[in-house]
Design a protein around this ligand. Structure first.
Ligand SMILES: CC(C)(COP(=O)(O)OP(=O)(O)OC[C@H]1O[C@@H](n2cnc3c(N)ncnc32)[C@H](O)[C@@H]1OP(=O)(O)O)[C@@H](O)C(=O)NCCC(=O)NCCS
Length: 159
C-alpha cells in the first residue's frame, strides 16, 4: 500500500526527544490506562530520551522512524535483531498501514543483519494483540505481568 508523504528511515542522533514525546503520548492514550502505577513508571523510564539514546548506540539494536510530510508519525525499535521493543504510531495516523510499512522495513533490516532464521518476537501490549495477529504474529504464552507491565509474548517467523 502506498501512503501519501510517507518516509521510513533510521532514527538520527538528535531525534530522541521527538521520538520519546510521540511514544509517551501514544502510550498515555492506549496503554497506560490498563497499567498500574508501577507499570507506568517502568515504561516511562524505558523511553526517556537518554534511555533511547543509549540503546541506539548498541551494535545489534536499531530504531526506524516513519515520517508523514516531514512530521514524525511512528517508530519501531528492535533489539538484538530479533525482538520488537517499541512500536508506536501517532493516533491520527492509525489504521493507514504505517505500522505494516515500518515492520516490513524492520524485517528487511533484520534479514540483512543476521543469517540464521530466528523468529522475531514481541511482548505485545494488550491493545495491540489483534493488530500483531494481522501482522503475522502468534501468541506464544498467555498474559504476563513483570514490573507492572502487562504483556502478551508473541512471535513471527521471518523466513
Ligand atoms: C499497534 C500500532 C503500532 C499499529 O499501528 P497502525 O499504523 O495503526 O497499524 P496498521 O494500519 O499498519 O495496521 C496493521 C494491521 O492491523 C489491523 N488493525 C489496525 N488497527 C486495528 C485495530 N484497532 N483492531 C484490529 N485490527 C487493527 C489493520 O487492518 C492491518 O491489518 P491488514 O493490513 O491485514 O488490514 C498502533 O495501533 C499503536 O501505536 N497502538 C498503541 C501503542 C501500542 O499498543 N503499541 C504496541 C506496543 S507493543
Amino acid at each position: 500500500m502506498m501512503i501519501d508523504g510517507l518516509t521510513i528511515q533510521e532514527m538520527r542522533p538528535g531525534e530522541e526527544e521527538t521520538v520519546s514525546g510521540l511514544v509517551v503520548s501514544v502510550f498515555n492514550g492506549f496503554v497506560a490506562p490498563g497499567y498500574s502505577e508501577e507499570g507506568r513508571k517502568t515504561f516511562l523510564e524505558y523511553v526517556t530520551p537518554r534511555a533511547i539514546s543509549l540503546r541506539r548506540m548498541r551494535p545489534t539494536h536499531f530504531f526506524l522512524t516513519a515520517w508523514v510530510f516531514g512530521r514524525l508519525a511512528g517508530v519501531i525499535e528492535v533489539r538484538d535483531f530479533d525482538h520488537v521493543a517499541l512500536f508506536f504510531i501517532e493516533k491520527q495516523h492509525h489504521g493507514k498501514g504505517i505500522a505494516r510499512a515500518l515492520l516490513d522495513a524492520a524485517v528487511e533490516r533484520v534479514k540483512r543483519e543476521r543469517s540464521e532464521k530466528a523468529p522475531l518476537t514481541v511482548n505485545s501490549s494488550p491493545y495491540a494483540v489483534p493488530i500483531y495477529r494481522r501482522l503475522g504474529f502468534v501468541e506464544t504464552a498467555g498474559e504476563q505481568l513483570t514490573d507492572g507491565i502487562l504483556y502478551h509474548p508473541m512471535s513471527r517467523e521471518i523466513g
